[in-house]
Design a binder for this molecule. Structure first.
Ligand SMILES: *Cc1c(COP(=O)(O)O)cnc(C)c1O
Length: 327
Protein backbone atom coordinates (compact mmCIF):
# COMPACT_ATOMS: atom_id res chain seq x y z
CA UNK A 1 0.00 0.00 0.00
CA UNK A 2 2.73 2.48 0.84
CA UNK A 3 4.47 2.09 -2.52
CA UNK A 4 1.36 3.15 -4.44
CA UNK A 5 -2.19 3.66 -3.19
CA UNK A 6 -3.78 4.71 -6.48
CA UNK A 7 -7.24 3.15 -6.39
CA UNK A 8 -7.18 1.82 -9.97
CA UNK A 9 -3.83 0.15 -9.34
CA UNK A 10 -5.07 -1.31 -6.07
CA UNK A 11 -8.05 -2.69 -7.95
CA UNK A 12 -5.81 -4.41 -10.52
CA UNK A 13 -3.72 -5.91 -7.72
CA UNK A 14 -6.84 -7.07 -5.88
CA UNK A 15 -8.26 -8.70 -9.01
CA UNK A 16 -4.99 -10.51 -9.62
CA UNK A 17 -5.50 -12.27 -6.28
CA UNK A 18 -2.73 -10.67 -4.24
CA UNK A 19 -3.11 -9.46 -0.69
CA UNK A 20 -2.11 -6.10 0.80
CA UNK A 21 0.38 -5.02 3.41
CA UNK A 22 -0.64 -1.90 5.34
CA UNK A 23 1.25 0.21 7.83
CA UNK A 24 -1.55 2.46 9.04
CA UNK A 25 -5.26 2.54 9.80
CA UNK A 26 -5.64 4.99 6.91
CA UNK A 27 -4.29 2.44 4.43
CA UNK A 28 -6.65 -0.24 5.73
CA UNK A 29 -9.64 2.13 5.59
CA UNK A 30 -8.75 2.92 1.98
CA UNK A 31 -8.88 -0.81 1.17
CA UNK A 32 -12.17 -1.35 3.00
CA UNK A 33 -13.69 1.58 1.08
CA UNK A 34 -12.50 0.31 -2.28
CA UNK A 35 -13.13 -3.40 -1.70
CA UNK A 36 -15.78 -3.84 0.96
CA UNK A 37 -15.88 -7.60 0.41
CA UNK A 38 -12.15 -8.24 0.63
CA UNK A 39 -11.16 -11.29 2.66
CA UNK A 40 -9.73 -9.66 5.79
CA UNK A 41 -7.05 -12.34 5.99
CA UNK A 42 -5.60 -10.91 2.77
CA UNK A 43 -4.65 -7.78 4.68
CA UNK A 44 -1.54 -7.63 6.83
CA UNK A 45 -1.13 -4.78 9.30
CA UNK A 46 2.56 -4.09 10.00
CA UNK A 47 2.65 -1.06 12.27
CA UNK A 48 5.70 0.32 14.05
CA UNK A 49 5.49 2.29 17.31
CA UNK A 50 1.73 2.48 16.75
CA UNK A 51 -0.62 3.56 19.50
CA UNK A 52 -2.64 1.04 21.47
CA UNK A 53 -5.94 1.89 19.77
CA UNK A 54 -4.49 1.02 16.32
CA UNK A 55 -3.99 -2.61 17.39
CA UNK A 56 -7.46 -2.75 18.89
CA UNK A 57 -8.96 -1.40 15.65
CA UNK A 58 -7.00 -3.83 13.47
CA UNK A 59 -7.88 -6.91 15.54
CA UNK A 60 -11.54 -5.88 15.66
CA UNK A 61 -11.43 -5.67 11.87
CA UNK A 62 -9.93 -9.16 11.66
CA UNK A 63 -6.86 -8.38 9.59
CA UNK A 64 -3.57 -10.17 10.25
CA UNK A 65 -1.66 -8.14 12.82
CA UNK A 66 2.13 -8.25 12.95
CA UNK A 67 3.63 -7.11 16.24
CA UNK A 68 7.16 -5.77 15.97
CA UNK A 69 8.07 -5.11 19.58
CA UNK A 70 7.69 -6.83 22.91
CA UNK A 71 6.07 -3.69 24.35
CA UNK A 72 2.51 -4.17 23.07
CA UNK A 73 2.36 -7.77 24.29
CA UNK A 74 3.94 -7.02 27.66
CA UNK A 75 2.04 -3.80 28.37
CA UNK A 76 -1.34 -4.41 26.74
CA UNK A 77 -1.80 -8.21 27.05
CA UNK A 78 -5.59 -7.87 27.28
CA UNK A 79 -5.65 -6.75 23.61
CA UNK A 80 -3.77 -9.79 22.38
CA UNK A 81 -5.03 -12.48 24.75
CA UNK A 82 -6.40 -15.50 22.82
CA UNK A 83 -5.62 -13.86 19.47
CA UNK A 84 -3.65 -15.15 16.47
CA UNK A 85 -0.82 -12.79 15.50
CA UNK A 86 2.44 -12.76 13.58
CA UNK A 87 5.64 -11.24 14.90
CA UNK A 88 8.28 -9.25 13.07
CA UNK A 89 11.77 -10.43 13.88
CA UNK A 90 14.87 -8.30 13.50
CA UNK A 91 17.44 -10.78 12.19
CA UNK A 92 20.22 -8.49 13.41
CA UNK A 93 21.44 -7.09 10.15
CA UNK A 94 19.54 -5.44 7.34
CA UNK A 95 20.27 -4.59 3.74
CA UNK A 96 19.08 -2.16 1.10
CA UNK A 97 19.91 0.51 -1.44
CA UNK A 98 20.50 3.25 1.19
CA UNK A 99 21.01 3.50 4.99
CA UNK A 100 17.56 5.00 5.38
CA UNK A 101 15.82 2.00 3.84
CA UNK A 102 17.63 -0.63 5.91
CA UNK A 103 14.99 -1.82 8.33
CA UNK A 104 16.84 -4.32 10.47
CA UNK A 105 19.80 -4.21 12.84
CA UNK A 106 20.07 -2.31 16.11
CA UNK A 107 20.22 1.07 14.35
CA UNK A 108 16.83 0.46 12.81
CA UNK A 109 13.69 1.04 14.90
CA UNK A 110 11.88 -2.03 13.52
CA UNK A 111 11.46 -5.57 14.72
CA UNK A 112 11.90 -7.77 17.76
CA UNK A 113 15.59 -8.48 18.44
CA UNK A 114 16.59 -12.13 18.69
CA UNK A 115 17.52 -11.53 22.33
CA UNK A 116 13.82 -10.92 23.13
CA UNK A 117 12.54 -14.12 21.50
CA UNK A 118 12.41 -16.24 24.65
CA UNK A 119 10.54 -13.53 26.50
CA UNK A 120 8.04 -13.31 23.62
CA UNK A 121 7.53 -17.05 23.83
CA UNK A 122 6.90 -16.86 27.58
CA UNK A 123 4.44 -13.98 27.26
CA UNK A 124 2.55 -15.63 24.42
CA UNK A 125 2.21 -18.82 26.40
CA UNK A 126 1.03 -16.93 29.45
CA UNK A 127 -1.68 -15.04 27.55
CA UNK A 128 -2.61 -17.81 25.08
CA UNK A 129 -1.45 -15.76 22.10
CA UNK A 130 -0.89 -17.88 19.01
CA UNK A 131 2.05 -16.91 16.80
CA UNK A 132 0.87 -18.08 13.40
CA UNK A 133 3.68 -16.52 11.38
CA UNK A 134 7.18 -15.11 11.57
CA UNK A 135 7.93 -11.98 9.58
CA UNK A 136 10.96 -9.90 8.65
CA UNK A 137 11.40 -6.94 6.36
CA UNK A 138 15.09 -6.23 5.95
CA UNK A 139 14.95 -3.21 3.69
CA UNK A 140 14.32 -2.06 0.16
CA UNK A 141 16.13 -2.98 -3.03
CA UNK A 142 17.97 -6.02 -1.62
CA UNK A 143 20.07 -7.35 -4.49
CA UNK A 144 22.11 -9.65 -2.33
CA UNK A 145 20.59 -13.14 -2.58
CA UNK A 146 22.48 -14.29 0.51
CA UNK A 147 20.57 -11.73 2.64
CA UNK A 148 17.30 -13.36 1.55
CA UNK A 149 18.64 -16.83 2.18
CA UNK A 150 20.07 -16.05 5.61
CA UNK A 151 16.74 -14.56 6.64
CA UNK A 152 14.73 -17.49 5.32
CA UNK A 153 17.02 -19.94 7.14
CA UNK A 154 16.71 -17.99 10.37
CA UNK A 155 12.90 -17.85 10.23
CA UNK A 156 12.59 -21.51 9.28
CA UNK A 157 14.84 -22.44 12.21
CA UNK A 158 12.83 -20.23 14.56
CA UNK A 159 9.61 -21.86 13.37
CA UNK A 160 10.72 -24.96 15.30
CA UNK A 161 10.37 -22.94 18.51
CA UNK A 162 7.03 -21.39 17.55
CA UNK A 163 4.82 -24.44 17.21
CA UNK A 164 1.81 -22.71 15.63
CA UNK A 165 3.81 -21.06 12.85
CA UNK A 166 2.31 -21.81 9.46
CA UNK A 167 3.98 -18.98 7.52
CA UNK A 168 7.32 -17.31 7.19
CA UNK A 169 7.00 -13.88 5.61
CA UNK A 170 10.20 -12.51 4.09
CA UNK A 171 8.78 -9.01 3.60
CA UNK A 172 9.47 -6.66 0.73
CA UNK A 173 12.62 -5.39 -0.88
CA UNK A 174 12.78 -7.35 -4.14
CA UNK A 175 14.80 -5.00 -6.36
CA UNK A 176 14.03 -3.55 -9.78
CA UNK A 177 16.43 -2.44 -12.48
CA UNK A 178 17.20 1.24 -11.96
CA UNK A 179 20.02 1.85 -14.44
CA UNK A 180 20.04 0.57 -18.00
CA UNK A 181 23.44 -1.10 -17.58
CA UNK A 182 22.58 -2.67 -14.22
CA UNK A 183 22.72 -6.43 -13.88
CA UNK A 184 19.30 -8.11 -13.58
CA UNK A 185 18.37 -9.64 -10.22
CA UNK A 186 18.84 -13.39 -10.68
CA UNK A 187 15.30 -14.61 -10.05
CA UNK A 188 15.98 -18.18 -11.06
CA UNK A 189 18.76 -18.50 -8.55
CA UNK A 190 16.74 -16.66 -5.90
CA UNK A 191 13.68 -18.87 -6.24
CA UNK A 192 15.61 -22.10 -6.64
CA UNK A 193 17.59 -21.50 -3.45
CA UNK A 194 14.43 -20.67 -1.50
CA UNK A 195 12.61 -23.71 -2.90
CA UNK A 196 15.52 -25.91 -1.83
CA UNK A 197 15.44 -24.47 1.67
CA UNK A 198 11.71 -24.96 1.99
CA UNK A 199 11.88 -28.66 1.10
CA UNK A 200 12.57 -29.55 4.72
CA UNK A 201 9.69 -27.41 5.97
CA UNK A 202 6.75 -28.69 3.94
CA UNK A 203 4.05 -27.30 6.22
CA UNK A 204 5.35 -23.77 6.26
CA UNK A 205 4.18 -21.34 3.59
CA UNK A 206 6.51 -18.62 2.33
CA UNK A 207 5.12 -15.13 1.82
CA UNK A 208 6.59 -11.97 0.31
CA UNK A 209 5.50 -8.34 0.38
CA UNK A 210 6.98 -6.83 -2.78
CA UNK A 211 5.95 -3.21 -3.22
CA UNK A 212 8.40 -1.57 -5.59
CA UNK A 213 8.78 -4.79 -7.58
CA UNK A 214 5.08 -4.85 -8.43
CA UNK A 215 4.46 -1.18 -9.21
CA UNK A 216 7.82 0.59 -9.60
CA UNK A 217 8.42 0.09 -13.29
CA UNK A 218 4.78 0.60 -14.20
CA UNK A 219 4.82 4.35 -13.60
CA UNK A 220 6.44 7.27 -15.39
CA UNK A 221 6.45 10.86 -14.23
CA UNK A 222 5.91 13.16 -17.21
CA UNK A 223 6.69 16.85 -17.01
CA UNK A 224 8.01 19.62 -19.20
CA UNK A 225 10.93 22.02 -19.24
CA UNK A 226 10.35 25.39 -17.61
CA UNK A 227 13.69 27.19 -17.91
CA UNK A 228 17.34 26.56 -18.63
CA UNK A 229 20.31 28.10 -16.81
CA UNK A 230 24.07 27.95 -17.03
CA UNK A 231 26.37 28.82 -14.12
CA UNK A 232 30.09 28.40 -14.77
CA UNK A 233 30.32 24.80 -15.94
CA UNK A 234 26.96 23.77 -14.45
CA UNK A 235 23.98 23.29 -16.74
CA UNK A 236 20.57 23.31 -15.09
CA UNK A 237 17.40 22.16 -16.75
CA UNK A 238 14.31 23.16 -14.81
CA UNK A 239 11.17 21.03 -14.95
CA UNK A 240 7.67 21.49 -13.60
CA UNK A 241 7.85 18.86 -10.84
CA UNK A 242 10.21 18.91 -7.91
CA UNK A 243 11.12 17.09 -4.73
CA UNK A 244 7.57 17.63 -3.50
CA UNK A 245 6.58 14.91 -6.00
CA UNK A 246 9.84 12.96 -6.34
CA UNK A 247 11.52 12.93 -2.93
CA UNK A 248 13.59 9.76 -3.42
CA UNK A 249 16.73 11.33 -4.96
CA UNK A 250 17.29 13.75 -2.06
CA UNK A 251 15.99 11.34 0.60
CA UNK A 252 17.95 8.26 -0.47
CA UNK A 253 20.19 9.34 -3.33
CA UNK A 254 17.99 7.20 -5.55
CA UNK A 255 18.56 7.09 -9.28
CA UNK A 256 15.71 7.59 -11.74
CA UNK A 257 16.40 7.50 -15.47
CA UNK A 258 15.42 10.88 -16.99
CA UNK A 259 15.04 11.46 -20.74
CA UNK A 260 13.99 14.29 -23.01
CA UNK A 261 11.20 12.68 -25.07
CA UNK A 262 10.93 15.64 -27.45
CA UNK A 263 14.63 15.30 -28.37
CA UNK A 264 14.84 11.54 -27.81
CA UNK A 265 16.89 10.82 -30.95
CA UNK A 266 19.30 13.71 -30.59
CA UNK A 267 22.87 13.39 -29.46
CA UNK A 268 23.29 13.67 -25.67
CA UNK A 269 26.28 16.00 -25.58
CA UNK A 270 25.55 18.05 -22.45
CA UNK A 271 26.08 17.11 -18.82
CA UNK A 272 23.17 18.56 -16.84
CA UNK A 273 21.34 18.64 -13.53
CA UNK A 274 17.59 18.30 -13.78
CA UNK A 275 16.02 20.44 -11.09
CA UNK A 276 12.53 21.32 -9.90
CA UNK A 277 10.87 24.58 -8.89
CA UNK A 278 10.94 23.99 -5.10
CA UNK A 279 12.72 26.45 -2.82
CA UNK A 280 15.37 24.00 -1.60
CA UNK A 281 18.92 23.44 -2.82
CA UNK A 282 18.26 19.72 -2.61
CA UNK A 283 15.52 19.97 -5.22
CA UNK A 284 17.51 17.99 -7.79
CA UNK A 285 15.90 15.07 -9.58
CA UNK A 286 19.05 13.95 -11.37
CA UNK A 287 22.67 15.11 -11.54
CA UNK A 288 25.45 14.59 -14.10
CA UNK A 289 23.03 13.36 -16.73
CA UNK A 290 23.90 13.19 -20.41
CA UNK A 291 21.26 15.26 -22.14
CA UNK A 292 20.61 16.72 -25.60
CA UNK A 293 20.32 20.46 -26.25
CA UNK A 294 16.99 21.16 -24.54
CA UNK A 295 14.35 23.84 -24.95
CA UNK A 296 11.48 25.24 -22.93
CA UNK A 297 8.35 23.03 -23.16
CA UNK A 298 10.29 19.87 -24.11
CA UNK A 299 8.59 16.82 -22.60
CA UNK A 300 10.65 15.04 -19.94
CA UNK A 301 10.08 11.48 -18.72
CA UNK A 302 11.27 10.31 -15.31
CA UNK A 303 11.23 6.51 -15.18
CA UNK A 304 10.35 3.99 -12.44
CA UNK A 305 7.93 6.40 -10.83
CA UNK A 306 5.31 3.79 -9.94
CA UNK A 307 6.59 3.21 -6.40
CA UNK A 308 7.20 5.73 -3.60
CA UNK A 309 6.62 8.76 -5.81
CA UNK A 310 2.99 9.88 -5.66
CA UNK A 311 2.57 8.08 -2.32
CA UNK A 312 5.45 10.11 -0.81
CA UNK A 313 4.52 13.39 -2.47
CA UNK A 314 3.73 16.38 -0.30
CA UNK A 315 2.08 19.76 -0.51
CA UNK A 316 5.39 21.50 0.20
CA UNK A 317 5.41 25.00 -1.35
CA UNK A 318 1.70 24.38 -2.01
CA UNK A 319 2.52 23.01 -5.43
CA UNK A 320 -0.24 21.09 -7.16
CA UNK A 321 -0.07 17.31 -7.37
CA UNK A 322 0.41 15.85 -10.84
CA UNK A 323 -2.58 14.16 -12.42
CA UNK A 324 -2.51 10.38 -12.41
CA UNK A 325 -3.51 8.65 -15.61
CA UNK A 326 -3.74 4.88 -16.05
CA UNK A 327 -3.08 3.55 -19.55
C1 LIG B 1 7.74 -0.90 2.70
C2 LIG B 1 7.48 -2.29 3.11
C3 LIG B 1 7.38 -3.30 2.16
C4 LIG B 1 7.60 -3.07 0.69
O1 LIG B 1 8.94 -2.79 0.39
P1 LIG B 1 9.44 -2.72 -1.13
O2 LIG B 1 10.84 -2.25 -1.04
O3 LIG B 1 8.55 -1.75 -1.84
O4 LIG B 1 9.31 -4.08 -1.71
C5 LIG B 1 7.06 -4.57 2.59
N1 LIG B 1 6.87 -4.85 3.90
C6 LIG B 1 6.97 -3.90 4.85
C7 LIG B 1 6.74 -4.27 6.27
C8 LIG B 1 7.27 -2.59 4.50
O5 LIG B 1 7.37 -1.66 5.45
Amino acid sequence: MKANFNSEILDIIYKSGLGFECVSIGEMKRLFDLMPNIDRKKIIFTPNFAKKSDYIWALANQVIVIVDSIYPIAKWPDIFENQDIMIRIDPGKGDGHHDHVITAGSHSKFGIPLSDINQVLRLCEKYCIKIIGLHTHNGSGIKNISTWLDTAKLLLELSKKFKDTAVINLGGGIPIKEKLNQREFDFNKFSQMLIDLKKNFKNIAMWFEPGRFIVGESGALITHVTQIKQKDDQNYIGVDVGMNVLIRPILYGSYHEIVNLTKYDQERKLLVSIVGPICESGDKLGENREFPETDEEDVILIANAGAYVRSMASEYNLREMPDEIII
